[in-house]
Design a protein around this ligand. Structure first.
Ligand SMILES: NC(=O)c1ccc[n+]([C@@H]2O[C@H](COP(=O)([O-])OP(=O)(O)OC[C@H]3O[C@@H](n4cnc5c(N)ncnc54)[C@H](O)[C@@H]3O)[C@@H](O)[C@H]2O)c1
Length: 267
């Protein structure tokens, strides 16, 4: 068994124009997966596809706002129409929203983040699972990008945390339903990862994220992509219903005071 098992599979990746989604798209295409890159922003989406094609990969772009159910259905139909089948769906598109106590969030903010971070995962799983079943895929997979916020609630993040807990719950339920039909369903839970999601966050916030990481650094998007590739491969057929952190031990527990008895071992 090796990564060759992914060659020729067809997968959709949402939010493929930047950050973690782009890293997954590039990694999949390099390994021989035919990639349908979905994004709201067509210019950046086309750029990702052109980069993949110029490196010899097979990819197409579909413009979709995945918070709209009809766009998600059209996206899945487009993938099947283009490549004749569907094997995998990576639900990565999402937004951050945070740093605010719960009572300061507006009802509109609630609706917006729920429809993108959670409802889109439901609609994509709803339509993609049917397409994967109809394709009689022997290596079907669904990967939902949650967050360490789905494992470990954080202050100022009541809405984001709710969506990411929801993604993990949906992942686990669906994994039970599709296990008999050879479709794995897993969640990837990134820790603080260097992507445009942080926008123009102040230096103090970025410094906080770095210092919060036990590794002393933030993650790189490719570090999530390598796990996504493994989960797409036939080496991972017995892994389903899992929520796997890629966070340099950030969600493993709380740090405490520690004093080495023999620090000279590092000399
Ligand atoms: N970067 C982190 O530290 C981190 C940590 C934990 C979880 N995550 C999760 O990882 C996923 C990817 O985030 P990222 O950090 O790569 O951020 P990013 O901003 O670089 O990427 C998000 C992508 O989603 C797309 N998108 C946004 N709204 C969309 C919509 N309505 N329809 C279609 N596409 C849309 C954006 O265009 C972009 O391509 C998100 O679900 C995020 O919650 C990120």
């Amino acid at each position: 068994m090796d990564f060759d098992s992914v060659k020729g599979k067809v997968a959709i990746i949402t939010g493929a124009s930047s950050g973690i989604g782009k890293a997954i798209a590039m990694c999949y295409a390099k390994a021989g997966i035919k990639v349908v890159c979905a994004n709201r922003n067509s210019q950046k989406g086309e750029e990702t596809v052109n980069t993949i094609k110029s490196a010899g990969g097979d990819a197409v772009f579909f413009q979709a706002d995945v918070s709209k159910a009809e766009n998600v259905k059209e996206l899945v139909d487009f993938a099947v129409h283009t490549y004749g089948r569907l094997d995998g769906m990576v639900n990565n598109a999402g937004i951050g929203l945070g740093g605010t106590p719960l009572h300061e969030y507006s009802l509109d903010e609630y609706d917006n983040i729920m429809s993108l971070n959670l409802k889109s995962v439901f609609t994509a799983m709803k339509y993609a699972s049917q397409a994967i079943l109809k394709s009689k895929s022997e290596g079907g997979f669904i990967i939902n990008v949650s967050s360490i916020a789905g494992l470990m609630p954080q202050s100022g993040q009541s809405l984001y945390t709710s969506t990411k807990f929801g993604v993990i719950g949906m992942t686990k339920s669906a994994s039970l339903e599709y296990a008999p039909y050879n479709i794995t369903v897993n969640a990837i839970c990134p820790g603080y990862t260097v992507t445009p999601i942080f926008g123009d966050a102040p230096d103090a916030a970025m410094n906080f994220f770095c210092s919060a990481c036990p590794t002393g650094r933030m993650g790189q998007p490719e570090e999530c992509a390598y796990l996504a590739l493994f989960l797409a491969s036939d080496m991972a057929r017995y892994i389903s219903g899992a929520a796997i952190p890629v966070d340099g031990a950030l969600s493993a527990g709380a740090r405490n005071v520690i004093q080495w008895k023999h620090p000279e071992i590092l000399d």
